[in-house]
Design a protein around this ligand. Structure first.
Ligand code: SF4
Length: 343
């Protein structure tokens, strides 16, 4: 497999904008290719490229605010393809595409998906080009295949780890979801948000995995954390400082509701919500973080409850005597504020 960064678009941008300094950021898995690209831009155009070396997990991790701080002219955010091509004041989204084919794993999936005749097809940024060929292949085997419509941020059939809004409307039309890619992270999120059987089709290992067990484990942990937090008297409410995760309004709303229910609240702002950052706050018995929801849903290393927005909603419901319902089954777990999207 080869992951290709859309270099042609980068060259086009550099030729049109003629920058002196370009700021670049990319997820860990694309750092090697990104550094090669930086070298090419430097050699070809004499442009200084600076790699923003902080963590970059998703489209929420743009570095638009850093452009001015570093006296750069523009930013390139690599690898989180989306329906938009520019965000914020300075940032261009640069696609990266994986050329791996799904033919073999689709063959393996046919007998496993057979009990579910109506299948919703979903993937993440790098495999979007494979949706159509896989759809055709499954339809030729007699499946009825649906692909969710795109929206202002995501392309047709695309999900992020916290935003499943393209697939959510398909829930009643399909019997199961097939996620294309080797990312259990995305497949489990999809299963939790859809409440439907979900299978991950991994083209590298040629494996088809039912993620029900992994999803159920996360769901139980998420519920347990909510009930543990119910006993807490002192809460830390954390607002994320990453550009796409700044949910100040939600932090204020949750803080207010906790206080109305007799809890003490300390508001905290953090770029990275990690166990090390939370350890010094010994007096705090539970946290709510309105940044990336997967920190809470997948973060198994915290010593106190650290709730995401959907869990905080469930907590408030419990405090106010309401039913928590299936709180993870919703189209989005966070309203991404990606550079306050421009185009
Ligand atoms: S907030 Fe969403 S897009 Fe950002 S890292 Fe978390 S799951 Fe991914």
């Amino acid at each position: 497999m080869t992951i290709r960064i859309d270099e042609a678009r980068v060259f086009e941008i550099v030729e049109a904008r003629r920058p002196s300094v370009v700021l670049v950021n990319a997820p860990g898995g694309l750092l090697r290719q990104t550094k090669d690209l930086m070298e090419k831009v430097k050699e070809k155009y004499g442009v200084t490229c600076i790699l923003a070396g902080d963590s970059c997990f998703g489209i929420c991790d743009t570095v638009d605010d850093e452009v001015e701080k570093l006296h750069a002219d523009l930013a390139l955010h690599i690898g989180h393809n989306a329906a938009v091509t520019e965000v914020g004041d300075h940032t261009y989204l640069i696609d990266a595409v994986d050329d791996v084919k799904f033919d073999e794993v689709v063959e393996s999936a046919v007998p496993i998906l057979a009990p579910y005749r109506r299948v919703g097809l979903v993937t993440f940024s790098q495999h979007l080009e494979q949706l159509e060929p896989v759809k055709k292949a499954l339809e030729q085997r007699g499946f009825e295949v649906s692909v969710g419509k795109g929206n202002n941020l995501m392309l047709k059939g695309q999900i992020f780890g916290c935003d499943f809004s393209t697939s959510y409307p398909l829930r009643e039309e399909v019997d199961a979801f097939a996620f294309l890619g080797e990312s259990e992270f995305h497949a489990v999120g999809l299963a939790l948000a859809m409440g439907k059987p979900t299978f991950m089709l991994d083209p590298y290992m040629n494996e088809v995995t039912d993620v029900a067990k992994a999803a159920e484990e996360r769901r139980k942990r998420a519920i347990l954390a909510v009930y543990k937090a119910l006993d807490a008297r002192v809460f830390g409410v954390i607002t994320g400082l990453k550009e796409g995760q700044k949910m100040l309004g939600r932090s204020r709303w949750i803080s207010k509701r906790l206080e109305m229910n007799g809890r003490k609240v300390v508001q905290i702002a953090l770029r990275d919500v990690t166990p090390e950052r939370l350890t010094p706050h010994r007096e705090i018995e539970a946290f709510v973080q309105t940044a990336c929801p997967r920190i809470s849903v997948d973060g198994f290393t915290f010593d106190r409850p650290v709730l995401s927005i959907p869990q905080a909603d469930a907590l408030v419901a419990l405090m106010e005597g309401r039913d928590i319902g299936d709180f993870l089954e919703r189209p989005k777990w966070i309203e991404l504020t990606v550079g306050l999207i421009k185009k």
